[in-house]
Design a binder for this molecule. Sequence first.
Ligand code: SAM
Length: 245
Amino acid sequence: MTNTPDSNQKTNYGIDAPGVIRNLFFGGLILLIIRFTFPVFRIGSTDIDITWFIWPGAIFTVESILMMVYSLYGKYKHRSRMLALIDWKGDEQVLDIGTGKGLLMNGAAQKLTTGKSTGIDIWNNEDLTGNNMEEALKNAAVEEVADKVEIKNENAMNMGFADNSFDVILTNLCLHNIYNKEGRADACKEIGRVLKQGGTAVISDFRHVKEYQRNFEHLGLQTKLFWPNYLTTFPPLRILVVKKP
Ligand SMILES: C[S@@+](CC[C@H](N)C(=O)[O-])C[C@H]1O[C@@H](n2cnc3c(N)ncnc32)[C@H](O)[C@@H]1O
């Protein structure tokens, strides 16, 4: 599938976890409104001081704003940081797991000459606004990499690729969406299986990252964990680099 590049258009990589952002924003706002409208609640003859509502109210609201800022701006910086961890040659076979609207798939494709960047997803709409294959291809066209990308419906826990297929595997904010430990272990096993010997996986997430690290080490892969960049990501995203010797 190819789209015509259109440099007048802008990429749109969506808002991550829109339901969480909405709940934090309105939850925080309601607490702040209550705090400033009724600072003291009276139940019977007892006055209950609720001035402390200001803290959770302010924290929830600020968190929702920081998540929006990550989705709109920070994710481009985070993508650059992840991609800079690879020593690109241009001929790599790349896999982006949970590509969503193609953020890492398209970013990686820009590093390629003869290589190919494949994005896989199960297109869960709760995880990203407007999450579908067509949107990822639209972004590929805008980034002028449509001829270097391919998108497939695949689940991280059970991928249809042959062993040792990819030089580079990328995944951002995807694996925590697998809600059980066994499922996440299966996804790590699959990453280890489809990664070529000598290949590198760059895995970014805000939770369970130490668990992923243990899973990969258990499989005999080498790992290195990087701290989040607190200025560009919220929630703070750690990066795990995995090498298959
Ligand atoms: C928060 S979005 C992040 C999208 C993209 N990686 C980015 O950084 O913009 C998480 C993505 O992971 C996908 N996803 C969740 N569970 C998955 C699974 N088991 N296999 C493949 N994709 C999955 C969702 O459909 C969603 O597109």
